[in-house]
Design a protein around this ligand. Structure first.
Ligand code: FMN
Length: 297
C-alpha cells in the first residue's frame, strides 16, 4: 500500500480542514495518509523519505509560509529527487499569494526535493476582516468539492504549479519581515482582565507554547507565529494582539449557513479576484461532474 504524509501547520483550523479532505481522498484511493501537525519540537518529525507522497500544508501569512514551516524544511533530511506538493489556504484569492512558497521551495531544493504541485484554497479570514457566514460557507463548499479532485491529481503526480508574479521572490523576501516583527509583537499581547474567564484556552492552544499563565498572570514569550489561534479561540474576546488588534477576528464561522443570501462584507475588496476564484472552482467542479456522469451513463 502506498503512503502519504502531510506536514501541517494550521493556526485556526482552515488549513487543517483542507488537509483532512486530502487525507480522506487519499484513503479512498487506497493510499494510507498521515497528517503531522507541526509544533516547535522538530525532533520527532517523521522522515519524508519513508512516504510515497509528501505534502506541506500551511496558511498564507503576509504572502509567505509561516516561519514554522520554513523551520521544518530546514530540519528535514536531504532527499535527492523527492517530489512534494503544497496545499495552502488564505483569506483572499489575490495572485500575489502565489509567491508564498518561494522560500520553502528554495530551502527544499537545496536538499534535493522537487515541487510538482501547489493548490490554493480560499477560506474565511482569521485576520483582516470577518467574512460573513454566507461567503464563508461558499468558500468551504468550494474547497470541499475541489480538494478530492485535486488530491486525485496529486496521486497521479500531475504537475500543477502556480504562476509567479514579477519580482515575486523579492516581494516575498521583504514581507518576511513579518516573521521577526510578529515575535516582537507577540511579547506585547495583553488580556482584558474584565473579560477573561481564566479558561486558559489561549495558553493551551498556542502551538509553540508562547503563552504562559503563572499565578494568574499572563506571560508572553518571543516565539509568537501570529497564527491568531489565541484570539480566534478566546470565548470572551479578551485577547489583545497588540499592533494587529484592529484586524483581529474572534470566534468560529458557521460553515453550514443556509439562510438568506447575505451581501458580502467589504464587497468591494478584491471583488474581481473572488469572482475569478469562484468561477474557476465552479468550472473545475462542473467538469469533474460531467466526466463522472459520462462514465456512469
Ligand atoms: C498573521 C496573518 C497574516 C495573514 N496574511 C494573509 C495574506 O497575506 N493573504 C491572505 O490572503 N490571507 C492572509 N491571512 C489570512 C489567513 O491566511 C487565512 O485566514 C487562513 O485560511 C488561515 O488558515 P488557518 O486557519 O489554517 O490558520 C493572514 C492571517 C494571519 C493570522
Amino acid at each position: 500500500m502506498k503512503s502519504a504524509i502531510i506536514y501541517l501547520f494550521s493556526g485556526t483550523g482552515n488549513t487543517e480542514k483542507i488537509a483532512r479532505l486530502y487525507k480522506d481522498a487519499f484513503e479512498q484511493n487506497v493510499v494510507s495518509a498521515t497528517i503531522f501537525s507541526l509544533t516547535s519540537d522538530m525532533a520527532n518529525v517523521p522522515d519524508p523519505r519513508r512516504y510515497d507522497y509528501v505534502g506541506f500544508a500551511y496558511p498564507i501569512h503576509a504572502f509567505n509560509a509561516p516561519k514554522i514551516v520554513l523551520d521544518l524544511a530546514r530540519a528535514l533530511p536531504k532527499a535527492e529527487g523527492k517530489e512534494y506538493f503544497v496545499i495552502k489556504s488564505s483569506g483572499e484569492p489575490l495572485k500575489i499569494n502565489n509567491i508564498s512558497s518561494c522560500k520553502l521551495r528554495g530551502i527544499l531544493k537545496k536538499k534535493g526535493y522537487n515541487q510538482f504541485a501547489e493548490y490554493h484554497y480560499v477560506m474565511p479570514y482569521n485576520m483582516i476582516f470577518r467574512h460573513n457566514d454566507d461567503t464563508a460557507t461558499r468558500m468551504w463548499k468550494a474547497a470541499k468539492a475541489l480538494a478530492p479532485i485535486e488530491a486525485a491529481e496529486v496521486l497521479r503526480h500531475t504537475s500543477h504549479m502556480l504562476k509567479g508574479v514579477p519580482f515575486g521572490r523579492f516581494i516575498a523576501w521583504i514581507l518576511r519581515i513579518e516573521h521577526p516583527a510578529m515575535r516582537v509583537n507577540g511579547r506585547l499581547f495583553k488580556v482584558d482582565k474584565d473579560k477573561c474567564i481564566n479558561c486558559g484556552a489561549c495558553a493551551k492552544n498556542c502551538p509553540v507554547g508562547n503563552i504562559k499563565i503563572e499565578g494568574g498572570k499572563f506571560k508572553f514569550g518571543g516565539d509568537c507565529l501570529m497564527c491568531a489561534r489565541c484570539s480566534f479561540g478566546c470565548p470572551t474576546d479578551a485577547f489583545d494582539i497588540a499592533l494587529l488588534n484592529g484586524w483581529r477576528i474572534n470566534g468560529k464561522y458557521n460553515l453550514a449557513y443556509d439562510g438568506e443570501p447575505e451581501p458580502p462584507k467589504h464587497g468591494w475588496y478584491c471583488k474581481k479576484a473572488y469572482a475569478r476564484y469562484f468561477a474557476r472552482a465552479d468550472k473545475k467542479i462542473a467538469e469533474k461532474a460531467a466526466v463522472c456522469d459520462k462514465k456512469e451513463g
